[in-house]
Design a protein around this ligand. Sequence first.
Ligand code: MN
Ligand code: MN
Length: 465
Amino acid sequence: MANKSEGQKKQEALSYQKKNYFETASAAERKAMFEYAEGYKAFLDAGKTEREACAEAVKLAEDKGFTRYELGDALKKGDKKYFVNRDKSVVVFRIGEKDLEEDGIRLIASHIDAPRIDVKQNPLYEDGNMCFLKTHYYGGIKKYQWTAIPLALHGAVILKDGTRVEIRVGEDAGDPVFCINDLLPHLGREQMSGPASKIIDGEQLNVLVGGLPYADDEVKEKVKLTVLSILNEKYGMCEEDFLSAELSAVPAFLARDLGFDRALIGAYGHDDRVCAYPALTAVLDNESVHTVMAMLVDKEEIGSEGTTGMQCKVYEDLMEEVCLAFGANFRKVRQKSKCLSSDVTAAYDPNFAGVYEKMNSALVSCGTCMNKFTGSGGKGASNDASAEFVGEIRRMFASENVVWQTAELGKVDAGGGGTVAKYIANLNIDTVDLGVPVLSMHAPYEAISKADLYSTYLAFLAFMK
Ligand code: MN
Ligand code: MN
């Protein structure tokens, strides 16, 4: 190697460049990345709805010795606890050695709901010798992407007598699946000439669920009766029970390695379980001196509303109860607390380069990605983290050699999006967004890099150190 010129040395010392984590990782680290991804894929397959992801998180927490906490329970230093909110969101936490008023809480907040197709309350009908479920989509989707793919039905039904029945059909190898029909191209001239938002209408997202006529000439709607009979036999359901049901059609695919080299993972629901899983495992694996908390919340995709969304007071109540258990002033604790709002960001996609500003886009495999702010237009409706707080996080990552990057979602005026960051920041807790870059976000099949998944996990460990 020739000696570096003075200019080269200076350039190296002064310039900033993102690093591909696959390139900088040691062999051992690369092995750890791929091993970590296996646990993540299993988590994805076990939890395709917030209810299932919540249950799976509880299972993993219990495996690590965490026990159930209810508001008002006594707590002591070293306690490892989880708090379940209505079976749809879960907070896993560990009480550290440090004084709460002086040190605050190290908080990571992610969401475990994902865009999907929800079944309506009076959904079942027969037409053209087929039986369908009427639906109402959940979250921001491109509706046309959800047709002509295998779907599974997941959810819970509360029967007339109050019994809760869990439904999960379409995941096991022997299960039937469901689908939303699309129009054949031969008759699609008009459909294909309109805007993409009109290719499939919300009221056309009807899920095909049956085709066998009930063997009785005295009844009408024989196919519907067959479906009702099966639902009754398997789940004790009658048609009226749909009124108190939450059923969702989700893609029936399982999480798979993507690419010849298996660098990526293709799956449904990376947004935001790809951040929720590292948040969860970082708290479970952590031996921090700080009090640490991972909040896996619901309803982010529809505005963080309701009793299970981030805007609900229950999360604040929980933090306050933790403070009360140690006689700590909640206001002082909040002021000293720090939060990583951990949600996905858009990964730069060369196929759609026009909507990205490459210098400030998340590059696949360049590590977990910080969004100092989100929002749309002139940073509208965004938490904009301070330079001081970003500097603090930056030093934490540097001391633990975390490979990370910063980005905006896309070009300034291309669109926008938000996260739960602002709701936590509103509590007077310094907060910044940090998460995994995702390709095809909100599509039934999204992709992420194993390097970015693992880097996010390491970033959380560094944050809690
Ligand atoms: Mn998200
Ligand atoms: Mn989302």
